[in-house]
Design a protein around this ligand. Structure first.
Ligand SMILES: *Cc1c(COP(=O)(O)O)cnc(C)c1O
Length: 457
């Protein structure tokens, strides 16, 4: 198709936006392994999960068979305020790279949270409200999820308690103020406000916290306070389900112009944006209708897919959450302090882990200096200041496009541009000052945390 025919931005009308989420698990032969009770080592029942999560979200979490789940009107109407998100043809980047490849990116940064996380936050807040709850608790690392949830809770009039990893709380005061503006209360984690926080502080005085610690604290507060539940912004099946709007919109936009991608690329932290972007493409692949190369990109300093173990593990440091079977570096793994690029969770979505295990997708890891090089190149050509997380996908999209330049192949590449980097300027500063370094954990380091995986028979 000629350059004139495909516009720079492919938008959809409101009517073309998805009316149902697509549940990838329905088309998987090997279903993701169930969440397991850490005490009894039996699959978590709906009743057990219901003590932590909202009832309707528990149903979505456990539903491995319904392919399409209708998006309630209230959520669809909220989506209409900031969606559909554009699918952009990166003509300028193609030109700069002198590649015959055709590059598209789905841009999710056009909302105040600055990322795709709002797609699930608004759904989770809706179901909490519908259940008549007072509020929700959560953790946030870099702050995108906390911000997205604060926005969603403000919209539905729910209380929102956010445990923010201490190092981010201190380094990103502006992110904190955005959340407070939307009415959330933000506590640096680990804190003295929870039993598990006190315990972690006693064992590791002066710790700057981790996502795993913050999850433990948020879950404790949800379980102890009537009318509260815990919500999570990634990893879970329900989150991948909500994020399928990204892939469904992208596929509809591509179909409008008869474009079939060869390669779909996304960054992977807990797997939600990637799971959402690839959902309809992976569905076709699972049903044998089409084939795509699907690539997960992770940081070399937190390489769950590429160097982790496929096993049941804790999702949190306090070991109070259900066990999930996933590619994991061990719940005690904490990425090196010089790692600035996000995507620092030790595990991975159970759905994506199963698909990777079964050979339906590839994974690769990249070092942060090369990620920021790609971010800089992208910003200077395409104009958008990308989030460091998103820039992992940019790195590999550029690398694939450069391979096409060598071989002369006109491949079509689609990648997820999950968000903007306005709150990541400390990381950009390090890069601009030439002070960014790469750290790759040793085999011994990974083996030491993997050795602490729970023993399941
Ligand atoms: C949270 C986040 C990610 C990583 O999370 P996933 O669940 O793996 O998608 C990627 N990009 C941005 C901008 C984020 O905020």
């Amino acid at each position: 198709m000629s350059k004139q025919e495909v516009p720079y931005k492919i938008y959809l009308t409101e009517d073309e936006m998805p009316k149902a989420w697509y549940n990838l698990r329905a088309d998987m032969k090997n279903k993701p392994a169930p969440l397991m009770n850490p005490g009894t080592h039996k699959p978590m029942t709906a009743e057990e999960l219901g003590q932590v999560f909202c009832a309707e979200l528990v149903q979505q979490e456990l539903d491995d068979t319904t392919p399409f789940i209708e998006i309630p009107d209230e959520i669809r109407n909220f989506y209409k305020m900031y969606r559909p998100s554009p699918l952009v043809r990166a003509y300028c980047l193609e030109e700069k790279l002198q590649t015959p490849a055709k590059i598209y990116y789905k841009f999710e940064g056009n909302n105040t949270s600055g990322s795709h996380k709002l797609n699930s936050a608004i759904a989770q807040a809706y179901y909490a409200k519908k259940q008549g709850l007072k509020g929700v608790t959560t953790e946030t690392g870099a702050g995108q999820w906390g911000t997205a949830l604060s926005m969603a809770c403000a919209y539905f009039g729910l209380d929102c308690k956010v445990f923010m990893v201490k190092v981010s709380y201190e380094q990103k005061p502006f992110r904190r103020e955005v959340m407070r503006t939307y009415g959330a209360s933000v506590v640096p984690s680990p804190s003295e406000t929870t039993e598990v926080g006190k315990k972690i502080l006693a064992e590791h005085p002066g710790t700057t916290g981790s996502l795993g610690c913050a999850i433990s604290e948020a879950v404790e507060v949800a379980v102890k306070n009537p009318g509260y539940r815990y919500v999570l912004g990634s990893v879970l099946n329900q989150v991948l389900l909500h994020q399928s709007v990204i892939g469904l919109e992208a596929k509809t936009a591509l179909d409008k112009y008869g474009i079939k991608p060869d390669i779909v690329i996304g960054c992977a932290g807990g797997g939600s944006n990637l799971g959402g972007l690839i959902a309809p493409f992976m569905g076709e692949k699972l049903r044998g209708e089409a084939d795509y190369r699907i690539i997960a990109v992770e940081p070399a300093s937190c390489p769950s897919f590429t160097r982790g173990t496929f096993a049941y593990d804790f999702c949190d440091t306090g070991m109070i959450c259900p066990l999930a079977k996933m590619y994991t570096l061990g719940s005690s793994f904490i990425p090196s302090a010089n790692h600035a690029g996000g995507l620092r969770f030790h595990g991975m979505s159970t759905t994506l882990s199963q698909l990777y295990h079964d050979g339906y997708m590839e994974a690769t890891s990249v070092e942060q200096t090369s990620v920021f090089e790609a971010a800089e190149q992208f910003a200077r050509i395409e104009g958008i200041l990308p989030a460091p997380e998103s820039s992992h996908a940019i790195r590999v999209a550029i690398d694939e496009a450069l391979k096409c330049k060598e071989t002369g192949e006109e491949k079509t590449i689609v990648f997820g541009l999950t968000g903007t980097g306005y709150f990541d300027l400390v990381a950009y500063q390090k890069y601009n000052d030439g002070e960014m370094s790469d750290y790759i954990p040793s085999d011994e380091e990974i083996a030491a945390s993997v050795a602490k995986l729970p023993k399941i028979d």
